[in-house]
Design a protein around this ligand. Structure first.
Ligand code: HEC
Length: 125
């Protein structure tokens, strides 16, 4: 009896494991409003922060003419590319991921919002 219950619990835990979140680019556009004061997305303009056009798949700290912090340049040596995983880690809590970054932004804690943001960024190549 106890064994059968335990098995059911294990099966439930396995089937309840989250599928990789697929974001919604339209919803991500409104998450991007948190970024737009500092980042352009439709062209290569650098504002307080570098343009985010084509970010997913782009090398870390690679925008020509943008003065990155030493912290971000050092980060590029360990995490060379902004892919979905590395960007997700960074944007959850930027100042934890890149100690000493000059990006003054607290982060996006909500996993669903991050997935939407990633879908939006991927649509802006
Ligand atoms: C208050 C201004 C500000 C806000 C708001 C902001 N950023 Fe930034 N961001 C910066 C600055 C400044 C840098 C450069 C960081 C450095 O060199 O340490 C940066 C760097 C980045 C980088 C690294 C880019 C590269 O070329 O390697 C990414 C990715 C990024 N920001 C994404 C975002 C996203 C996504 C948001 C919104 C959810 C956001 N930022 C909000 C100022 C900001």
């Amino acid at each position: 009896m106890i064994v059968r219950f335990a098995c059911a619990a294990v099966i439930m835990a396995v089937t309840a494991a989250p599928a990789p979140a697929e974001g919604d680019a339209a919803k991500g556009a409104s998450v991007y409003k948190l970024c737009m004061a500092c980042h352009a997305i439709d062209d290569a303009t650098n504002k307080t922060g570098p343009s985010l056009k084509g970010l997913i798949g782009r090398k870390v700290a690679s925008v020509e003419g943008y003065a990155y912090s030493e912290a971000m340049k050092a980060y590029a040596a360990t995490v060379p590319v902004w892919d979905e995983a590395s960007f997700d880690t960074y944007i959850t809590k930027p100042r934890d991921a890149v100690k000493g970054t000059k990006m003054a932004f607290v982060g996006v804690k909500d996993e669903g919002k991050r997935a939407d943001l990633i879908a939006f960024l991927k649509s802006k190549q």
